[in-house]
Ligand binder design. Structure first.
Ligand code: ZN
Ligand code: ZN
Length: 272
């Protein structure tokens, strides 16, 4: 571990990153409007009825985690003295998330005993690694930390976009984040959505997609519930879809889901 830290400290990322203005991505004509509307810098295509999101998870904004010397490096923002960086540097990934058109619920009752923020404590968890994509093209990880680690302490290494890289450079979000808000602002949309996960679970903000308030009593232990997902224009993007409200006001502290509601997840690469 110590050797690794010494080897990496001070090295700039070799990733060829681009800003929101300059990034290039291909969105196929036949992808559903939800995907064409709310994602920047992400290649999106169809595979049968499923939607494939492909990204290198390179943040389209300046961050300390590109490393000093990279042209998208920024000084560390300690956010009032609360955060310190981890020693890792961003690397380009090959993230691929396949979202099923008709996800099948496992029939779980997601109660507090299932949601413990610890990795590999339940067979119902999302796997470690990229299990979704955010509107800023950054990988979404679940809300767990490695055994012995604490996700709430790991948050103290988040940059000003609320993300950080793993030891192998996989830059990712675990919950509500300013990188997504920056991308949504760039895209010119007024809704809040933090993306989607591999099993079909949609990630919204504190309100429903159309801005209406929700009945907090219907939320499970990770702030999920089932309902139609309708935007401000009245377009119904999903019917009867499980979605989580990523919001620090509720049960889940603004983190993403830990438990996979639907039965299939096709995403990668998987971290060991
Ligand atoms: Zn993390
Ligand atoms: Zn809802």
């Amino acid at each position: 571990m110590i050797l690794f830290l010494l080897a990496c400290t001070g090295d700039a990322s070799t990733a060829d990153a681009a800003t929101l203005e300059d990034c290039t991505a291909t969105v196929a004509d036949d992808v559903p409007a939800f995907f064409a509307t709310y994602f920047a810098c992400t290649d999106i295509s169809m595979e049968g009825e499923s939607v494939v999101l492909a990204t290198e998870s390179l943040p389209p904004y300046a961050t300390y985690y590109y490393g000093s010397g990279h042209d998208m490096y920024a000084e560390w923002d300690d956010q009032g003295g609360t955060t310190t960086p981890n020693p890792n540097v961003i690397a380009a990934l090959t993230v691929r998330v396949v979202v099923p058109a008709e996800p099948v619920a496992k029939g779980l009752d997601i109660t507090a005993d299932l949601v413990d923020y610890q990795m590999s404590t339940s067979g119902e968890e999302y796997l470690p690694g990229p299990v979704g994509v955010a509107p800023d093209s950054v990988a979404n990880f679940n809300a767990t930390a490695l055994t012995g680690d604490d996700i709430f302490e790991e948050e103290l290494t988040f940059d000003q976009w609320d993300a950080h890289p793993t030891q192998t450079g996989e830059y990712h979000h675990h919950g509500a984040n300013r990188g997504t808000l920056e991308a949504l602002d760039f895209l010119g949309v007024d809704e809040t959505v933090y993306g989607i996960l591999c099993d079909g679970t949609v990630l919204l903000g504190c309100d429903e997609l159309d801005g209406s308030a929700l009945d907090v009593d219907t939320l499970d232990a990770q702030d999920g519930h089932v309902g139609d997902i309708v935007d401000l224009d009245g377009t119904v993007h999903f019917t009867g879809r499980y979605h989580a409200h990523v919001c620090s006001d509720y049960n889940g502290f603004g983190l993403y889901p830990e438990i996979q509601y639907y039965d299939a997840c096709d995403s990668g690469p998987t971290l060991q």
